[in-house]
Write a protein that binds this ligand. Structure first.
Ligand code: PMP
Length: 402
């Protein structure tokens, strides 16, 4: 973006990288492992259509009127009850605000906590949509590397100790379950310790967990919020992956004090989320079984995940390693350090194999890790996964051996 009247934070924005990747992803000739969409065949379309019809017919004219910035009380009660049951935190309606997706939730929280130059810790790599948000607030970043069991706590603690003054870390953004982009999950011991650290060092944690309920193997781990006794963990979730992203419905679960401040910011941003979709969700949750719907989706995603992992084991040269996430939509491949996977994709992979992924640079703040990439298995048609990975692997093999 180039216009000298634009704010400087916008000039450096990563949205052009994402826009280009979307173009590459939507080219029907490419096999796209770049997307992050749910599998559209799994949307409960008829049930949602029914819910929308009822939402309008049963609630006219209120459905067309302004309402509370936090969202309707009945919906917040339903969401709080689900949250208490599945996330292990005794939420009530007073702890919940409905947002336009998890994306707006992160934006409102960034706006609540971050002045320009304030300390923000993030995982390296992290969700690129969160990076796009944080760039607007010009924080001072502390990018903490990820290990196989999640964020590197030794480095985080070192940074917390070293920066006690104006540079101190005020906020930590985490995707603890099947992280976007690596697929890595934070261990229970680290979750517990993170909640303690927040209190000791006086910072807040955004626990962004839109994939949490999409677990294909192993046991659900307790949320960070379930270890939090001091209201330091602010939980963000979304109905995008478990129902449908076009609803644009997410929520924040936090203390009523924090939520009052968030509600003020939400009023300023968009007054409220649309009643029509919120009322449709209320109807859906009252009349359909969302847990059964999620349980029905699990085997489909599990199969896609397994197909991709099996193909990676079978075809990938040993120099290329990969994560084996227990849930979510993504896994993370790492090539030898000398290989720049952004250049490789544009120079070799797209021309020769018509395959796209998301290269690592866009998913780091400092962009200095070039030899990794995110692969998505949720959106790509299952019959394309094995041939796509095989082609990807062959292209790597040819490139690495020449
Ligand atoms: N957080 C993470 C980690 C995500 O992957 C996404 C979607 N890709 C979001 C938040 C935002 O999604 P939505 O606004 O649709 O809830």
């Amino acid at each position: 973006m180039t216009n000298h009247n634009y704010a400087s934070r916008v000039q450096n924005h990563n949205s052009s990288i994402i826009a280009d990747l979307l173009v590459q992803s939507s080219d029907p000739q490419n096999i796209s492992f770049a997307g992050g969409y749910p599998d559209a065949s799994l949307f409960p379309s008829a049930d949602l259509a029914d819910a929308f019809q009822h939402a309008v017919a049963d609630n006219t004219p209120a459905v067309f009127q302004y309402t509370d910035a936090k969202g309707p009380q009945e919906l917040r009660e339903l969401v709080a009850a689900r949250h208490a049951k599945h996330m292990g935190y005794p939420a009530t309606a007073d702890d919940i605000i409905m947002t336009q997706g998890g994306q707006q939730a992160i934006d409102l929280l960034a706006s609540l906590f971050l002045d320009a130059g304030d300390g923000l810790a993030i995982e390296g790599p992290t969700y690129l949509g969160a990076i796009s948000i944080f760039e607007n607030y010009a924080p001072k970043y502390y990018e903490i590397p990820i290990e196989t069991d999640g964020i590197n706590l030794a480095i985080l603690e070192q940074q917390l100790q070293a920066n006690r003054g104006a540079d101190r870390i005020k906020l930590l953004y985490l995707v603890p379950d099947f992280q976007n982009p690596t697929g890595i999950t934070i261990s229970v011991a680290k979750r517990q310790r993170l909640a303690e650290l927040a209190e000791t060092y006086d910072f807040y944690i955004i626990e962004d967990a839109p994939y949490r309920e999409l677990r294909y193997r192993g046991e659900h781990l307790p949320t960070l919020q379930s270890f939090d006794t001091h209201h330091r963990v602010i939980y963000v979730s979304s109905f995008s992956k478990i129902l449908a992203p076009s609803l644009r419905i997410g929520y924040i679960c936090a203390s009523p004090t924090i939520l009052t401040a968030v509600a003020g910011l939400k009023s300023a941003a968009d007054i409220q989320s649309p009643n029509m979709t919120l009322d449709a969700l209320t109807y859906y949750l009252n009349h359909y079984d969302i847990d059964a719907h999620i349980a029905n989706m699990i085997p489909y995603y599990a199969k896609k995940r397994q197909t991709m992992i099996d193909a990676l084991h079978k075809y990938m040269p040993s120099e290329v390693t990969f994560t084996e996430p227990e849930g979510g939509f993504f896994l993370w491949i790492t090539a030898p350090a000398s290989l720049d996977l952004n250049a490789f994709m544009y120079d070799v992979l797209i021309p020769k194999a018509r395959i796209v992924y998301i290269p690592s640079q866009a998913q780091y703040i400092h962009g200095d890790v070039a030899n990794s990439a995110r692969l998505n298995f949720s959106a790509v048609a299952i019959e394309k996964i094995e041939p796509g990975i095989r082609l990807l692997a062959e292209t790597f093999t040819n490139y690495l051996t020449n």
